[in-house]
Design a protein around this ligand. Structure first.
Ligand SMILES: [Ca+2]
Length: 291
């Protein structure tokens, strides 16, 4: 199930807050569309997976926290769906196609040239990030932390939600091990310090395929403060024995990461990591199709 929003009235963060509940359970608390999108008249798409109907219905509620809750569109994609009326993101996200954030090219629910994970969080179709998956973690998966802070991202960036969830470890390292075909890729890491308030509080190394590519990274100092996004590209990274490993190793305090991406032809071929909408299975319209 996807929900679509764009704040068209308020012009500041924290002006309007509401919760989203599905079948009576809160799936998103204190949503601030303006802060998350971010900005006025900027589309925000939130995807909720594995929603199970209750007594033949899915109930989705938008409940007030501050000012009036709202929604622009809702789409549901499931197994019993007429192919001819399957909702598409571009058709229902916004009245204006130009207002919809760019999504990585999708083929059959995959994005062949980009593997990405919203570490510790769900798929984010608006920015093309796939849902986190611990099967790609080697060793301890550490712990998950969630922030409600409005993270400062680069102008035009649509991936602010990536920074609301992080995975950290109290052990020596946290490692993602991603199967990719033979070739060279760009690895991108996404961080925002959401806990410490000062420089030098948390320091760690980034190690790719066993080589230190960033030593003594201090996200707070490098980004310029707390809750500020830091995006780093590491280019010409080869697949070694069919995979790329990305580790965050402890120097001071617990290493963490908010998101990872591998870009290059075939990056999403062996491992599934994309925010592409799932392709609805084609079913015989008789007798199950009720459309
Ligand atoms: Ca994340």
């Amino acid at each position: 199930m996807s929900t679509y929003f764009a704040e068209s009235y308020f012009t500041t963060n924290n002006s309007r807050l509401f919760n989203i509940s599905i079948n009576g359970a809160v799936v998103r608390a204190d949503l601030d569309v303006y802060a998350t999108a971010p900005g006025k008249n900027v589309a925000l798409i939130l995807l909720f997976t594995e929603v199970v109907p209750v007594a033949g219905h899915i109930t989705i509620a938008f409940t007030k926290v501050k000012q009036n809750p709202f929604v622009n569109a809702i789409s549901v994609v499931g197994e019993v769906t007429c192919p001819s009326v399957t909702p598409s993101v571009s058709a229902s996200a916004s009245p204006s196609a130009s207002a919809v954030p760019a999504v990585s090219p999708c083929v059959n629910g995959r994005s062949p040239d980009s593997f990405s994970l919203n570490v510790a969080g769900p798929a984010l179709p608006a920015s093309g990030f796939g849902a986190d998956n611990t099967k790609y973690i080697k060793g301890s998966a550490g712990f998950v932390s969630v922030s409600n802070a409005a993270v400062q991202v680069a102008p035009g960036a649509t991936n602010a939600d990536v920074y609301l969830t992080e995975r950290y470890t109290t052990e020596r390292e946290l490692t993602y091990h991603i199967p990719v075909p033979e070739g060279n890729y760009t690895v991108t890491t996404y961080h925002a310090e959401s806990y410490f308030n000062t420089n030098a509080s948390r320091v760690f190394n980034i190690v790719i395929n066993g080589e230190v590519v960033k030593a003594d990274l201090d996200v707070h100092a490098t980004a310029g403060g707390k809750d500020i996004a830091l995006v780093q590209d590491f280019i010409n990274i080869p697949s070694v024995n069919g995979s790329i490993s990305i580790s965050f190793t402890k120097v001071t305090e617990n290493p963490f990461v908010n998101g990872v991406k591998i870009s290059g032809p075939g990056a999403d071929t062996l491992a599934v990591g994309s925010g592409c909408p799932a392709t609805a299975p084609v079913r015989d319209p008789k007798p199950l199709c009720l459309c």
